[in-house]
Design a protein around this ligand. Structure first.
Ligand code: SF4
Length: 351
């Protein structure tokens, strides 16, 4: 199939089936950037209310830059992959402070923003500035791998290069924005991961995967490494009214979010007696604990490279205070909702 044939089939399909989404209605690079960062690793339906919230709460890049990081993380709560929110905030500060609030209008300039990789730079460059850069996201990998029968793994350097070169070759130079939107919509609506609508597909007569009945073979991925398992024992101190929380400051998952004081151990199994010994070793000087009870369910959260198992221990005490040596906060339990927590802690609090 020639690039012209591909473009023409795609654009006819798009005329009929284009998704209507708020960020498609704007050429403002700030709003397009917001939507693209939110949609990294997030489905449109889940990302949409977050986009609307960010748009109304931080209508300009300056508004986002000037907001405290805690507020931005709270706005992001529930969306996962929090490094996106931290990068969003850092990039907004960079644009505001170093670029006088003016968004870069070139692909290379966009790549200098924290959290913006080749895919996001191509999306903003084409949607906001009509620059001829093809987007290659998960949808595009799948569509191209199936139509052209490419079995190079998409998560390898050579695979990335091969797909990027093909996408660039197919790109409609006269309408890069329309072409990129159409590719993304086509992947999301027609050539879906589990249930592509091949019977009504304008590419079917040229599609390798369909012609060879090998749809589930594409795209190919190299074997994923096993996920690291981590066991978090959260210490939920309580005097009936208050509790203690701390901010995660280390370079690790969930940096900048809040949590209950934590003991990270090598397993989820632990008796209350052993827990108290471990707490005394790890946190000398803490309030005297009268009794410790563990929630029955161990909560699990799977991240891209790790699987987290969380146990929550209620530690009853008469008098709750923050020992001098710890950077903890004493907060009323009723005020916990004003802090941004990882999803696993939100689930515990909502239960
Ligand atoms: S024929 Fe099926 S697999 Fe091929 S592009 Fe169309 S929807 Fe995707």
């Amino acid at each position: 199939m020639t690039p012209e044939d591909f473009q023409s089939r795609l654009s006819k399909w798009h005329e009929e089936y284009a998704r209507e989404l708020p960020w498609k209605e704007t050429r403002d690079p700030y709003l397009i950037w917001l939507s693209e960062i939110i949609l990294q690793q997030t489905r449109v339906q889940q990302g949409l209310p977050y986009y609307q919230h960010f748009h109304s709460t931080y209508p300009t890049v300056e508004a986002l830059a000037n907001a405290p990081q805690d507020k931005v993380l709270k706005s992001w709560e529930g969306l996962g992959y929090y490094s996106r929110a931290r990068n969003l905030h850092a990039a907004a500060k960079y644009v505001t402070e170093e670029l006088n609030g003016i968004f870069p209008d070139s692909y290379d300039g966009l790549l200098k923003l924290k959290g913006v990789g080749p895919y996001t730079a191509a999306a903003i460059a084409s949607f906001a500035f009509d620059l001829p850069h093809a987007v290659v996201d998960g949808n595009v990998y799948r569509v191209l791998a199936r139509i052209f029968g490419i079995d190079t793994p998409i998560d390898t350097t050579s695979g990335k290069k091969e797909f990027a070169a093909l996408a660039d070759k197919l790109l409609d130079q006269k309408d890069p924005a329309g072409f990129n939107q159409a590719m993304m919509d086509f992947g999301a609506l027609q050539c879906t991961p589990g249930n592509p609508d091949c019977d009504n597909c304008p590419m079917a007569s040229h599609c390798f995967a369909w012609q060879h009945q090998r749809i589930s073979d594409f795209p190919v991925k190299s074997k994923a490494k096993p996920k690291k398992e981590r066991f978090f024992h959260y210490l939920v101190f309580t005097d009936g009214k208050n509790t203690l929380i701390e901010k995660r400051t280390e370079k690790d998952i969930w940096q900048g979010l809040y949590q209950f004081p934590l003991l990270e151990l090598s397993e989820a199994k632990l008796t209350a007696e052993n827990l108290l010994k471990k707490i005394q070793n790890a946190y000398p000087g803490i309030p005297a604990i009268q009794f410790a009870t563990k929630t029955e369910t161990v909560l699990k959260q799977t991240l891209s490279h790790q699987r987290i198992f969380a146990c929550f221990w209620t530690l009853q005490t008469d008098r709750l205070f923050v020992p001098e040596e710890y950077d903890w906060k004493l907060v009323q339990r009723s005020k916990l909702a004003t802090f941004a927590f990882p999803r696993i802690i939100d689930r515990y609090l909502n239960d």
